[in-house]
Ligand binder design. Structure first.
Ligand code: PMP
Length: 360
């Protein structure tokens, strides 16, 4: 067996320890004689899996008691609709557009109400985070929406926007559990888990209780109401059970690493290795304004498309997979989520140095 260094933006690398444990439990989960994939979601065994997963994420993120944790389906993209359907009481929302995912979310919300783009970094291909300290927040905005880490462009909000008292909603798909957060500053934090937390198919939404009501937009399907899932403790219908089980294992793994403070330190160390090299390289350069750089997604270019393609090809041959940048930006992108070991980044930089020597 040989495993590559997988720099995919998502679905992405998971901790090897978790994969091994899951493999060992595949045929017989703790003496049940069946896999977690095969068991009823109403069984006491699964009940324990989902309850433990919830308790562990609450502990990791220090989630206050007045927040619900929902395990949902439909990908992060389904939240683009669920958020306005559930939160747009005045039918007005403010969006900060820092990339394609925020833009898509804003476009979806337009179906349900008035959307104001109160800040955007599209003028410079989303290579920075706009100043959000004094925005023209709409008086009747039901919420202010951000995509906290922009997977495609490699930017991250280092400071949350000043929402002037309005509810903050954040898509944290690509920075989920990568560092501590103050949950109380948000109304909704949600993310698809397929980058930092588990297999695609699970979305975790952490929602302040007062935002979970029956007062949703007319015509909202039962399955798209947060209250449906909150009332049923994420078991209204069959949940993505196997995915939740893997997320639970990743939560345990994170706790074993020392929790989110420790993982942040490790993520900073990894990112620094790569950014320091990008800053000194004469061939490669990062595409993001330094102060807004993401710890998770690191886009870079040589400035020459053919050379970029050559790099991606040679890197793949050397065991560094999925380094091609998103189709909308080109160049390269190394996603270095929680489960990417430091050696993976060190070896990538060594490889880049050798490539630079040969190709400059
Ligand atoms: N938001 C962000 C920040 C993302 O990176 C992605 C996917 N890469 C999405 C939303 C969409 O996720 P999904 O494919 O689960 O709908």
């Amino acid at each position: 067996m040989s495993r590559v260094y997988n720099f995919s933006a998502g679905p992405a690398v998971l901790p090897e320890e978790v994969l091994k444990e899951a493999a060992a439990e595949m045929l017989d989960y703790k003496g049940c004689g069946m896999s977690v994939m095969e068991m009823s979601h109403r069984s006491s065994v699964f009940q324990e899996i989902i309850e433990t997963a919830e308790a562990d994420i609450r502990d990791l993120m220090q989630i206050p008691d007045n927040y619900k944790v929902l395990f949902l389906q439909g990908g992060a993209s389904q939240q683009f609709a669920m958020i306005p359907m559930n939160l747009m009481k005045n039918k007005v929302a403010d969006y900060i557009v820092t990339g394609q995912w925020a833009k898509k979310a804003a476009k979806e919300a337009e179906k349900y109400g008035e959307v104001h783009v109160v800040a955007s970094s599209e003028d410079k291909t989303f290579s920075y985070i706009p100043d959000c300290s004094d925005l023209d927040i709409s008086e009747d905005a039901d919420y202010v929406y951000i995509c906290e880490n922009n997977t495609i462009y490699g930017t991250k909000f280092k400071e949350l926007p000043n929402t002037k008292g309005k509810t903050l909603v954040a898509d944290v798909s690509s920075c989920f559990l990568s560092e501590p957060v103050d949950v109380s500053k948000y109304g909704v934090i949600y993310g698809g888990v397929q980058k930092n937390v588990g297999p695609a198919g699970v979305v975790i939404a952490i929602i302040r209780e007062d935002l979970i009501t029956d007062d949703v937009l007319e015509g909202t399907p039962t399955m798209l109401k947060y209250k449906t899932h909150a009332d049923a403790k994420s078991l209204y219908n069959t949940p993505p059970a196997y995915g939740i089980y893997i997320c639970g294992k990743v939560f345990k793994w994170l706790k074993k690493q020392g929790g989110l403070e420790a993982i942040k330190e490790r993520n900073e160390k990894k990112a620094e290795i790569l950014y320091d090299y990008l800053d000194e390289s004469k061939l490669f350069k990062g595409t993001v304004v330094p102060k807004d750089r993401s710890l998770m997604n690191v886009p870079f270019v040589t400035g020459d498309k053919d050379l970029d393609a050559k790099f991606v090809k040679e890197a793949k041959k050397a065991g560094f997979e999925n380094l091609k940048g998103h189709r909308s930006v080109g160049g390269m992108r190394a996603s270095i989520y929680n489960a990417m070991p430091i050696e993976g980044v060190e070896k990538l930089v060594e490889f880049m140095k050798a490539f630079e020597k040969e190709n400059l």
